[in-house]
Design a protein around this ligand. Structure first.
Ligand code: GDP
Length: 534
């Protein structure tokens, strides 16, 4: 390969940063995303992302279901530039469309931004997504939002992250006041205060007024009590003596923390600047050839998400590929590791807020959308050069369970085929009762929407109408050591053993409490919430 191309690839990797936002609904993810795009110049006025969404709802070529519910089922990647950096923001579906895809998106992300509502602190969805980031050991940056509203004490929020997530925190900036008394943030590295202007309009980029810590104006600008509070808080965090350690950050053990108010644009640019300085660039991925660096000259990537457009007029499917190494070029021919076939990658797409735009090239850290005529499954590797296969994407712990019935015997074949294909695609997990007499498959999902998608697609693509019966379980655990380990356990209470699509035992529980009880009764039993794909 030419040294020119090698230099080009190395430069692209150096400039790229990719991340996903993890948060609980309403923490302000849409708002923050919009403001980041605003600073990145990708949109010119905040509100554009929502407006696009509304517009799309009005045009009729989107999935019928999506229109009915007014939500977005697909996760997209938003690409924008800031400074000389190329940034990829992987959108994680939240709200009602929370699904296994949300977790899988994190498998393609190099960094995560944990967005927290200052009044609420850590919330359930954030904790779950955090667990996936922790498992992958990716760096986590924390943005504590809504400082313009009354919230919890900053110190208390930092403490909660430390105690409950086991993450060391480093406040990169620190707020002065909160709610009505919110005056701005103190940038610890620069020793400067960025003043908050309440009148600032949130739709355009804001220019911060900045003053040095030593400036005599400060005491005039801040009311007495507030100034003293700020000084004593500052002493407290500086006195703790914790230094920002990028090695710990990159190992996912320390989180740099930022405070701000996305709605009023405050602290967003400050966050972006530091984030780009500290974030991890595209890094190596584990494969059959060992850890493969992003500058490896051959092209490779893996499928982390499949999207089926259910509109009968546009029954296209898109496979989302995380590019891991080399350079992607339009119309290139690659090898497909699982099937051993070669595939020509035509119609590559870059996605901006679900508007498709064709692309000619992409590098490590980018995401491309490929037309998928049933070739790709979740976790598949594509590559050029020597045979390469990345570690698969795990099964994430489902929380909703239902049996699926086909009431029409003449549709037996279509039903079997549809369920099996949708499982392969990763639309839902399938489990089976051990008792052979109970033949109806158990659908296991992270979000309710996954069930609806499966039923909708079975009807529309396979012509099978199905009946779904919800089951009362909410927790699934894989057994370490499989059937052998399970055979050593004599009696188990309040749990049902089923098998996953790979024949491995899975224990289903009605609630966490029953699961913990079982672990107490059998201290040698090891269970896990996430199952690796072999
Ligand atoms: P998402 O569900 O996480 O995408 O949250 P949204 O971005 O839709 O925000 C949820 C609500 O919080 C909306 O009403 C926003 O206007 C509001 N919000 C977001 N950021 C801020 C903020 O910094 N301050 C205040 N006061 N409200 C905010």
């Amino acid at each position: 390969m030419s040294t020119e191309l090698q230099t080009e690839i190395a430069k692209a990797v150096e400039n790229r940063r990719n991340f996903a936002i993890i948060s609980h609904p309403d923490a302000g993810k849409t708002t923050l995303t919009e403001k980041l795009l605003l600073y990145g110049g990708a949109i010119h006025e905040a509100g554009a992302v929502k407006a696009r969404r509304a517009q799309r709802k009005a045009t009729s070529d989107w999935m019928a279901m999506e229109q009915q519910r007014g939500i977005s089922i697909t996760s997209t990647v938003l690409q924008f530039e800031y400074g000389n950096r190329q940034i990829n923001l992987l959108d994680t579906p939240g709200h009602q469309d929370f699904s296994e895809d949300t977790y899988r998106t994190l498998a393609a992300a190099d960094n995560a931004v944990m967005l927290i509502d200052a009044a609420k602190g850590l919330e359930p969805q954030t904790r779950k997504l955090f667990e996936v980031c922790k498992m992958r050991g990716i760096p986590i940056f924390t943005f504590i939002n809504k400082l313009d509203r009354p919230g919890r004490e900053p110190i208390e929020l930092l403490d909660e992250i430390e105690q409950e997530l086991g993450l060391q925190t480093y406040a990169v900036n620190y707020p002065i006041g909160m709610g009505d008394r919110f005056k701005g943030v103190y940038d610890r590295a620069e020793k400067q205060i960025h003043l908050f202007e309440r009148s600032a309009h949130g739709s355009k980029e804001a220019q911060d007024t900045v003053i040095d810590l030593g400036d005599s104006q400060i005491e005039n600008l801040l009311e007495q009590g507030l100034y003293h509070e700020f000084k004593s808080d500052l002493e407290l965090i500086e006195g703790a003596g914790c230094e920002l350690d990028l090695e710990l950050v990159h190992a996912g053990k320390m989180t740099p923390v930022f405070f701000g108010s996305a709605m009023t644009n405050f602290g967003v640019e400050l966050f972006l600047r530091y984030f780009l300085e500290y974030a991890l660039k595209p890094s190596s991925h584990s494969s059959n050839l060992g850890n493969v660096e992003p500058t490896y000259p051959e092209f490779s990537g893996f499928v982390f998400k499949l999207q089926a457009n259910m509109d009968p007029k546009h029954r296209d499917r898109v496979a989302f590929i995380r590019v891991c190494t080399g350079k992607f070029e339009k119309d290139m021919t690659v090898n497909h590791a699982r099937t051993g076939k070669s595939v020509r990658l035509s119609r590559p797409q870059k996605l901006f807020a679900q508007e498709r735009e064709s692309i000619d090239e992409a590098y490590a850290g980018d995401v491309i959308g490929l037309n998928n005529p049933g070739v790709f499954a979740i976790g598949d590797t594509i590559y050029t050069g020597q045979k390469l296969e990345y570690e698969g994407i795990p099964y994430f712990s489902p929380e909703l369970f239902a049996t699926l019935r086909n009431p029409n015997p003449s549709k037996f074949k279509q039903f079997q085929k549809g369920v099996s294909e949708l499982r392969e695609e990763g639309a839902v997990q399938i489990m089976h009762y051990i008792d052979e007499a109970k033949r109806d498959p158990i659908l296991a999902a992270v979000g309710q929407l996954q069930f609806e998608v499966v039923q909708f697609r079975l009807q529309n693509e396979y012509g099978v109408e199905t009946i779904l019966d919800m089951l009362g379980y909410s927790v699934a655990r894989w057994v370490d050591g499989g059937w052998e380990a399970l055979a050593k356990i004599d009696r188990m209470f309040n749990t049902t053993t089923v098998k996953d699509s790979m024949g491995r035992p899975v224990l289903l529980f009605r609630n966490e409490w029953n699961c913990n009880q079982l672990l107490q009764d059998h201290p040698n039993l090891k269970l896990s919430a996430i199952a690796p794909v072999f």
